[in-house]
Design a protein around this ligand. Sequence first.
Ligand code: FES
Length: 181
Amino acid sequence: MTVHLPRKITRRAFLSTSSKVVLGVSGVLLGDTALFYYGAVHGKKQDEPATREIPSSFVKVGAIEQLHAMTGYEKIFYTATIEDAWVKTPKQGFVYVTKDERGALVILSPACTHLGCSVEPATEAQRSRKKELFFWCPCHGAEFDIVGTSVGMVLPELERYKPLLIEGNVYVDISTPEKRA
Ligand code: FES
């Protein structure tokens, strides 16, 4: 009678099989992530994940294609509701959308970091006197560049909101300005 002994598993065979399993699982996970990103960027309709419920504090800034084509700035008005436990607080206002020198979207609160008045885009005459000037504050004259950095008084930068890409549109969470160093 022939007795078949179990095949001996060498250390090399074990490592080879384990690494294939790990690579396979990683591939599946990366594939899902890429699909979601593709769907979000290109507004893909087929095979995209189920639409998530958009929180009431999220404000739609615009379609990604239009914002990429934008020059200068956009002023986007919004109405949102901030929910804190069981308290719902309606909020209305606007944000400025600009781009940095690399073309990345910058979404700014208009609240002046001096005493909170709303900043306004500088006029051509103002900008001709100071090249980097883009926003100014009519209350006490604070000046900011296109990404919200103070270029006059010593002041913190304008608050920013992180752009969030959802199904081809850019949103910001108006309840949570971005933390900057
Ligand atoms: S509130 Fe803007 S400069 Fe004072």
